[in-house]
Design a protein around this ligand. Structure first.
Ligand SMILES: Nc1ncnc2c1ncn2[C@@H]1O[C@H](COP(=O)(O)OP(=O)(O)OP(=O)(O)O)[C@@H](O)[C@H]1O
Ligand SMILES: [Mg+2]
Length: 341
């Protein structure tokens, strides 16, 4: 859960250019929320995302990630917890590096380790290939090409992947973080995660014993079955991973042609759903804002003017959205591109 509390940001204070971009804003994101954000130019949408990711510091207020204040953490320390994707396809990737080097860099994020090409193992290469394949853009055959050669849409798809493939923490780390990120119920959290861990570990060990005792299985079958049992064990523990990245998407398809934009949005939706990622997506396209996610927020003058979720959000029409916006924001207007969707 992310709690954004009383965040305020004024640019150029005390000068003729003084501008309050975020005005005492409160927002609670539940785990797995996929929020679409719309609002007129200058409403404060990008500023809000920049404050959450740490690239801009708020003047006041708190950002609590599962109860822990991250507002004081510098951007690179926050990096493992947030994946920020921007409008400009040039921004997310290193153009002079190959596709696989970019992915390896993203996977090792937050780790102090040099990333020479030869340090990418066969296993990792296979993993990257599979990940690229899942995008459905044929990029798995371009692992060793420089990213600079790819189209904007292909790059954005890779950036999305990079934002979500950070190195998975070890079970030990997950158990530690779960306690750390539940500061108000540490004892309870510790008991909870430890009891599940030991129960699941015991289950896995017993399953493993049975598999290897079973003489009707070939060695290859035994190994495959053991892998399966481990995957089940692993899945149960990963449910407790509170450090999965939160995706922050700032008009990440705006620079793409309509067909590619639609494809990248489909990919976004798939990644978000499969990994149960908490996501905030800014868009000027009202149709997309209604179609994707479980919650829709409209910003106006640094505040949240409308916040709808669930069935009410699903059933929204563009006309209703426009009416809501004009009644909530007074004289603020949405841009033509937003209206035309
Ligand atoms: N670094 C900065 N210095 C000064 N003013 C800024 C800065 N960044 C943003 N602003 C101002 O803060 C306000 C909010 O900007 P922001 O970029 O958050 O808007 P936005 O809702 O993302 O708009 P758009 O839809 O055009 O992207 C604008 O008036 C903008 O000019
Ligand atoms: Mg913006």
């Amino acid at each position: 859960m992310i709690e954004i509390k009383r965040i305020t940001k004024t640019f150029n204070p005390g000068t003729i250019n003084e501008h309050k971009a975020i005005d005492n804003l409160n927002l609670v994101l539940n785990d797995g929320d996929f929020i679409t954000v719309i609002g007129s130019n200058g409403a404060g949408k990008s500023t809000l995302l920049n404050i959450i990711s740490g690239s801009i510091r708020a003047d006041q207020g708190f950002i609590l990630l599962n109860g822990v204040d991250v507002a004081g953490l510098r951007e690179h320390k926050r990096a493992p917890y947030f994946g920020h994707v921007f409008q400009d396809p040039m921004k997310g990737t290193a153009t002079d590096m190959t596709v696989i080097e970019n992915l390896a860099l993203a996977k090792g994020r937050g780790k102090r380790r040099s990333l020479f090409r030869w340090s990418i193992s066969k296993k990792d290469t296979k993993f990257y290939e599979e990940q690229l394949k899942s995008l459905g853009l044929g990029l798995e055959s371009r692992l060793y090409q420089k990213v600079g050669l790819l189209s904007g849409g292909q790059r954005q798809a890779i950036t999305l992947l990079m934002a979500t493939i950070a190195q998975k923490p070890s079970h030990n780390q997950i158990r530690k973080d779960y306690v750390k990120f539940n500061p108000n119920r540490r004892e309870e959290a510790k008991k909870e995660v430890e009891s599940v861990y030991h129960k699941e570990l015991k289950k896995y060990k017993e399953a493993k014993k049975l598999i290897f005792k079973d003489n009707s299985l070939s060695l290859a079958e035994k190994i495959a079955k053991r892998k399966e049992a481990y995957a089940q064990f692993d899945e149960q523990i990963r449910k407790y991973d509170v450090t999965k990245p939160v995706l922050l998407l700032d008009e990440h398809t705006a620079a793409l042609d309509p067909k590619t934009a639609a494809k990248v949005l489909e990919i976004t939706d798939k990644i978000v759903k499969e990994q149960h990622l908490t996501t905030i997506m800014i868009t000027h396209n009202m149709n997309d804002a209604i179609k994707y996610g479980n919650r829709l927020i409209m910003m106006s003058n640094g505040k949240i003017a409308v916040d709808v979720s669930g069935k009410k959000k699903q059933d929204l029409t563009i006309t209703e959205l426009l009416n809501m916006f004009s009644s909530a924001s007074g004289n603020d207007t949405l841009s033509d591109s937003a209206i035309l969707g």
